[in-house]
Structures are given as C-alpha cells and as structure tokens.
Design a protein around this ligand. Structure first.
Ligand code: PGA
Length: 249
C-alpha cells in the first residue's frame, strides 16, 4: 500500500471561547505552517466563522462536528451542509461515538449524513469503534464491520473514495487509555480488508486514522505503524504545544 499524506485533526468537542480559540489558533497557525500532514480543527459550530476567518490562507483547515442530512426546514437546532459551505468548511465529522451514544445516532443516520456530505462535495471523516464490553467479548471486528457495511450497503462504496475513517475505540476516548499501536494497526488492517471486499483499489484512497487519548508522548509509536495514517485528537488538541507535536510527528 502506498504511503499517504497524514491527516491530523483536533476535535474540540464542546470546548473553547472566542478568546481561547484566538490564542490557540494564533499559536497553531504559526507552529504547523510547514507541517507535511493535513491539519484540521473541528470547533463547535458557533465558532466556525471565527475559525474559518482566522485560518484563511494558512494550511489549517476547518471542519464541522455534526450536520443535519436535511437540506433545510423545520429542524430546530440543526445546521445544514449549505450553511456549513457558506463558511469554507472542508471536512465533516460523522458518527462520532459521543453522537452515537449520547444522541442515539444509528448506523442509518450515519449513512444519511455521509451521503449528504458526499453530495455537498465535502470530505467525510467517519468514526467507528467498539465499546469496552464489545472488545472484551471478542466482538470488535463484528462491530466495526457492521458500522462500515451498513453505510456501504446503504449508499455505495464510492462514497468512501475521498473519505477519512477514524477508528476510535470508545473505551480509549477521553480516558487516558490508548489502544496499543499493535491493537490499532490490527483494526485498521481489518477496516481496509472490509472495504476491499467492495472495491479492490479503495484502500489506496482512504486514510484510516486513530483516535482515543492520542497525545504528544504516544503519537510516535502509533504513527510508526503501517496502517495508521494520522490521528483524530480530542483533549490534546485544546493546547497548541501538544497538538503541534502531533501534527509535526
Ligand atoms: P480524546 O478524544 O483524544 O480526548 O480521547 C478523541 C475523540 O473523541 O475524537
């Protein structure tokens, strides 16, 4: 498999303020300006305009943490892709485990959102991952397979041509516990094998990144693995120095 450009993204979740975002970005824009990876931040939607304005003309790109698959109308509290497109977002996070567990997002919802993102010509970053209970009962691969194939069967493998897949074991998110590089690499390999059943060449196009307590200290061992094409970073992306180390690793 050919070496791919790394993808390193910060998922800010529900954190930040105008002042904090400004300080973080001012530092980040400068320190990552020669990064060889794609560097992306996912701020809360209300700050997209601020962030998009600040990063314009730099190599930092912006994404949105969640969208509605609907085009417009009576969907209180939701935002559409055309709204996101107004502000120069390039990426959309889909199916993050917090959306799945806290807000009841199903694989069917994930498929609809993915289709809408592809139609809007933005890049989907689709998250998959097992819970601790699923891992301990030996169901990791079955869960990941179901999360992926339910989307592929609904909207087709071509939707993945330009996608990033984030493998985020739920038990590793925000817990300080990371999958070992070997564990992550094994699941990433399984993800590629699952996609290949549908399209032999798709693995060359899709980047599979790891998420779950990635930080400046563990990033090198994760990135040393052949199947790990980058990272989706939560907590450690809120602080410029640590996130920069990950982006430059
Ligand atoms: P974490 O979050 O790095 O804080 O574990 C990762 C994520 O949820 O994307």
């Amino acid at each position: 498999m050919k070496q791919k450009k790394r993808f390193v993204a910060g998922n800010w979740k529900m954190n930040g303020s105008l002042a904090q975002n400004r300080d973080l970005l001012n530092a980040l824009i400068e320190t990552v300006k020669n990064a060889e990876s794609d560097v992306v931040v996912f701020p809360p939607a209300i700050y997209i305009q601020q962030v998009a304005t600040m990063v314009e003309g730099t190599n930092v790109k912006v994404g949105v943490q969640n969208i509605s698959p609907e085009a417009k109308g009576a969907f209180t509290g939701e935002i559409s892709l055309s709204m996101v497109n107004d502000f120069g977002c390039d990426y959309v996070l889909i199916g993050h485990s917090e959306r799945r567990t806290l807000y009841g997002e199903t694989n069917e919802d994930v498929a609809k959102k993915m289709q809408a993102v592809v139609d809007a010509k933005l890049t989907p970053v689709i998250c998959v991952g097992e819970t601790l209970e699923e891992r301990e009962s030996g169901r990791t691969e079955a869960v990941i397979k179901e999360q992926l194939t339910s989307v592929i069967d609904a909207i087709g493998i071509d939707a993945f041509n330009n996608a990033v897949i984030a493998y985020e074991p739920v038990w590793a998110i925000g817990t300080g516990k990371t999958a070992t590089p070997e564990e992550a690499d094994q699941v990433h390999d399984f993800i590629h094998c699952t996609l290949k059943v549908y399209d032999d060449n798709i693995s060359d196009l899709v980047r599979v990144v790891y998420g779950g307590s990635v930080n400046a200290s563990n990033v090198d061992s994760l990135f040393a693995k052949q199947n790990i094409d980058g990272a989706l970073v939560g907590g450690a992306s809120l602080e410029a120095e640590g996130f920069t180390k990950i982006a430059l690793a």
